[in-house]
Write a protein that binds this ligand. Structure first.
Ligand code: FES
Length: 106
């Protein structure tokens, strides 16, 4: 088990290796925006502040590119990114700061 810390609330939950970030958020009633849960809409994006998630598959990489986001692991789709055996911190504030038309609004 590893820990996910959801920012900006600071909510901490335990998550098993191999489980998806979105799945853990929903299960633990963390308020998170999402839509399709299958790598099509991009609404479930999170910013990874610390830690490491599973390797990015091609479909996630393509959608992030279409969203004009970097594919270096800083931004992930929570419906695709799986936990590894390490703690992670993700920022859900990104969901408010992102606009499909303008990209990330700083
Ligand atoms: S919920 Fe649609 S891409 Fe993740």
């Amino acid at each position: 088990m590893a820990k996910i810390i959801f920012q900006p609330s600071g909510t901490e939950i335990e998550a098993a290796e191999g489980t998806k970030v979105l799945q853990n958020a929903i299960k633990n009633k963390v308020e998170i925006t999402y839509g399709c849960a299958s790598c099509r809409c991009g609404t479930c994006g999170v910013e990874v502040l610390a830690g490491e998630l599973s390797a990015m598959a091609e479909n996630e990489r393509t959608l992030l590119e279409n969203m004009r986001l970097p594919t270096d692991g800083r931004y992930r789709l929570s419906c695709q990114a799986r936990m590894m055996d390490t703690d992670v911190s993700v920022d859900l504030g990104f969901q408010i700061r992102y606009s499909p038309e303008r990209g990330i609004i700083e």
